[in-house]
Ligand binder design. Structure first.
Ligand SMILES: NC(=O)c1ccc[n+]([C@@H]2O[C@H](COP(=O)([O-])OP(=O)(O)OC[C@H]3O[C@@H](n4cnc5c(N)ncnc54)[C@H](O)[C@@H]3O)[C@@H](O)[C@H]2O)c1
Length: 250
């Protein structure tokens, strides 16, 4: 693929190979957006689903915690599309670990993946949005920041960080026509990168506390993301929306 400009809007989705990232990518393609699918692992299945919607999909295998990889992502976006309008900072992991078993290395690993990667990816593409005075950034947080599940100290710290990052960034980017919002999904058994994530039992427990008493799916956040990246949401920024069946209220 060597086209240098795209007439469609272009979205970068991190962690696009599975779970929420895949559902978000397909949901954006349904709205006529071309996709850059960034993931540690091969995102071919997501790419096929995007192409079925008649949109272009560029897969990039990259680690969103690695600055060299991120520089390559930026370069490939410029060469293939020449623009970037939407960034969905979704890649993350949610391994449960008791505080007494946490060491600093593991703590840092989770902060780097869940929070630092959002800073690095935003830095890498924001000037492409500024060029057109239009942009939409959606950062994935979690409704767990308002829950009492044990074993999530490291995770909750990172996802609260996402909310602070979102609030701060919205002020700096607003004058450039760029909105920045966050979403807090509920416990959803999507897979879990470290294979110690949300299982059916945790999701079922969460669902019983929700106002809407069913287990969440990746599809549940797609409509809200489609709205947040639309023209209709141009006056909405700096917010975190809990899309969680009414469990956590900010
Ligand atoms: N599933 C849940 O219960 C839940 C609830 C609230 C928030 N979240 C958040 O939603 C996001 C997505 O979760 P999911 O359930 O879809 O997870 P998932 O494990 O199914 O998918 C995550 C994707 O991110 C990719 N990834 C992991 N590390 C990466 C890296 N360093 N560089 C690039 N890609 C990387 C993985 O390969 C995977 O494809 C995460 O930020 C997670 O914290 C999940």
């Amino acid at each position: 693929m060597s086209q240098t400009t795209s007439t469609s809007r272009v979205a970068v989705v991190t962690g696009a190979a599975h779970g929420f990232g895949r559902a978000i990518s397909v949901g954006l393609a349904e709205r006529g957006v071309d996709l850059v699918l960034v993931d540690l692992v091969d995102a071919s299945e997501t790419a096929s689903l995007v192409e079925e919607q008649g949109q272009r999909a560029l897969k990039i295998q990259a680690d969103v915690t690695n600055e060299g990889d991120i520089a390559r992502v930026r370069k490939e976006i410029e060469v293939s599309f020449g623009r970037c309008d939407i960034l969905i900072n979704n890649a993350g992991a949610y391994p449960f670990k008791d505080f007494f078993e946490l060491d600093y290395e593991f703590w840092r690993k989770i902060q780097t993946l869940n929070l630092d990667s959002q800073f690095l990816m935003t830095k890498a593409v924001v000037d492409l949005m500024m060029k057109n005075s239009w942009g939409r950034i959606v950062n994935i947080s979690s409704n767990s920041i308002g829950l009492a599940f044990p074993g999530l100290t490291h995770y909750m710290a990172s996802k609260m960080g996402v909310i602070g990052f979102t609030r701060g960034l919205a002020s700096d980017l607003g004058p450039h026509g760029i909105t920045v919002n966050a979403i807090g999904p509920t416990a959803t058994p999507n897979g879990g990168t470290f294979q110690h994530g949300v299982d059916d039992e945790v999701a079922e427990a969460a669902s019983q506390m929700q106002a809407i008493k069913r287990v969440g799916t990746a599809q549940d956040i797609v409509g809200t993301i489609q709205f947040l990246v639309s023209e209709d949401a141009e006056f909405l920024t700096g917010q975190t929306l809990m899309v969680d069946g009414g469990l956590v209220r900010l």
